[in-house]
Ligand binder design. Structure first.
Ligand SMILES: [Ca+2]
Ligand SMILES: [Ca+2]
Length: 203
């Protein structure tokens, strides 16, 4: 249906003063409000184009059900798929679990973040020296499966043995809330690792 046609239909059927929740033209292209509209692939016996079936259209992952993601306007399985983890920032408590300074003489921690999948470190950021508020601009990507356990570990890098600051469990598999929320941002509830921001997107 052409834009003109669709809009004229809306004009005819929409009472004055009432705004449509969404204005969808040309199948899944959403102009206003971005609600999910089913799309018809236009099956044609004459041309052989399409299969003539409906599928759930989507604009964002939150339009899709559990363990589904929105790819090319269609809800598809979230796994297996490659995800990009963008390490942005963290906020570290003044003292460690023993209520002692992270480093000697009241020193602040030297913080690095690692992506851990199935117990193995996939990648580690650079270390931000002497900071309770480390900021990174680094990312890494990894293919995740239905069975993959995913977490992020923050570490205080020391000359001798590193100290674990805290772990953020992101789920087995990577949780729907993380995927649909585009990552995590905010407080963690961990007394040492107070807050973190990590972006999670599809590659
Ligand atoms: Ca230390
Ligand atoms: Ca230090």
């Amino acid at each position: 249906m052409s834009m003109t046609k669709e809009l004229s239909v809306l004009r005819r059927s929409t009472p004055i003063g009432w705004l449509p929740r969404s204005v969808c033209v040309a199948a899944a292209v959403c102009l206003v409000g971005c609600a999910v509209e089913p799309t018809f692939d236009g099956g044609s016996a004459d041309t052989g184009a399409g299969t003539g079936s409906f599928s759930a259209g989507c604009v964002s992952h939150s339009d899709c059900g559990a363990q589904l993601v929105c790819v090319a306007s269609a809800c598809q399985s979230a796994f297996p798929r490659t995800y990009v983890f963008a390490f942005e920032s963290a906020q570290i408590a003044k003292y460690d679990a023993n209520n002692e300074s992270w480093d000697g003489f009241g020193g602040a921690p030297d913080v690095a973040a690692s992506l851990v999948v199935d117990g193995k470190v996939v990648c580690t950021t650079s270390t931000v020296q002497d900071s309770f508020d480390p900021v990174w601009s680094e990312s890494c990507e990894v293919e995740l499966f239905q069975t993959s356990s995913v977490s992020v570990r923050m570490t205080d890098k020391d000359v001798t043995a590193d100290d674990v600051i805290g772990d953020i469990v992101l789920g087995t598999p990577l949780s729907d809330s993380v995927i649909k929320g585009g990552g995590i941002a905010g407080t963690t509830g961990d007394p040492q690792l107070l807050a973190a921001a990590i972006g999670v997107t599809l590659k």
